[in-house]
Design a protein around this ligand. Structure first.
Ligand SMILES: NC(=O)CC[C@H](N)C(=O)O
Length: 305
């Protein structure tokens, strides 16, 4: 549809007006080197149409967006048992907060904050023989590109500055909610975060969430229809951490952000969208990306409720 391309092109122009606001993540030194003034938007429809605008050839670190894929793979191996180890409630705290873990006996509030993703990663690492290879192969299959890679420099940089994530993992181990070797799980987790994709590859990767669990590209079933609906519900309530309510208010769709500046959004039955711009607000969400999704929701008249 010419219309969608037109809308994305106009959002690309408008979103760039927010350059200069926010800051590129610097607590992971390798990410701090990324140029802030970049923006892309990509839409992938459930009938396989693709539209993109802006710096759409640039690859970026998917960071916490990978938590959605980790949860998907872990659910495939563990099913509903996984929910005994991780909650389903919004945390209301920062993505890397440790505070609740102590009070809530090592059970993270949800799978999209770091503590939750680490438990999910632990569950996955405990079940598969080559967890990093399997994740990369899955990402390549879903995105439709064999050449997708993990940026080792970013993964190593995260490992070097792992103390907060390591503290969460050890705290959960003290509550018997962490089975594998902490270092092994952290390395897998950082490798997942350091996968690099274009916005279109990321939009394609999550096509199954808009398509009742079946990847549009490959036809592969990733989740049951019911699990897909549950995943989208959790993304709606917790995908943007302690800014999930604001995102629901402004955009109104399930979404997941990462500190690389990417945000995916899902409109079930219609399309997935990925926006990217590296400068982040105080919650760790892309400033221009949020503005772009708000514009998209308005221009395309997206309404989930
Ligand atoms: N919100 C994010 O994208 C955080 C991911 C990052 N790798 C971390 O563990 O801190």
């Amino acid at each position: 549809m010419q219309d969608i391309q037109h809308i994305l092109d106009s959002i690309n122009v408008q979103a760039r007006q927010f350059f200069g606001q926010g800051k590129v993540a610097n607590y992971i030194p390798a990410l701090a080197e990324v140029a802030a003034d970049q923006f892309s938007i990509a839409v992938h429809t459930v009938d396989g149409q693709t539209y993109s605008s802006g710096d759409d050839q640039a690859r970026f670190s998917i960071q916490s967006v990978s938590k959605v894929l980790t949860l998907t793979l872990a659910l495939r191996h563990h099913g509903d048992d996984l929910w005994q180890r991780v909650g389903k409630e919004p945390s209301g705290t920062a993505f890397n907060s440790l505070a609740q873990l102590e009070f809530e006996k090592g059970i993270p509030r949800n799978p999209f904050i770091n503590a939750g993703a680490l438990v999910v990663c632990d569950a996955l690492v405990g079940r598969v023989s080559a967890p990093v290879y399997q994740m990369l192969e899955t990402a390549r299959l879903l995105a439709g590109n064999e050449k997708i890679l993990i940026n080792k420099k970013v993964a190593d940089s995260e490992y070097l500055h792992r103390h907060r994530n390591a503290a969460m993992a050890h705290l959960m181990k003290s509550f018997n909610n962490f089975n594998c070797d902490v270092d092994q799980v952290l390395k897998a987790y950082f490798s997942y975060c350091a996968i690099e994709m274009t916005g279109m590859e990321l939009a394609k990767t999550f096509s199954y969430l808009a398509h009742q669990g079946v990847c549009v590209q490959s036809g592969r079933r990733m989740l049951s229809a019911k699990q897909t609906q549950q995943m989208n519900s959790l993304l709606f309530t917790s995908g943007l951490y302690d800014a999930a309510g604001d995102f629901a208010f402004r955009v109104g769709i399930p979404g997941k952000s990462g500190v690389g500046g990417g945000i995916i959004g899902i409109v079930p039955g219609q399309f997935t969208v990925c926006v990217w711009s590296p400068a982040l607000n105080e919650y760790g969400n892309s400033v221009a990306g949020l503005q772009a999704l708000e514009m998209l929701a308005e221009k395309m008249n997206i309404s989930m409720l």
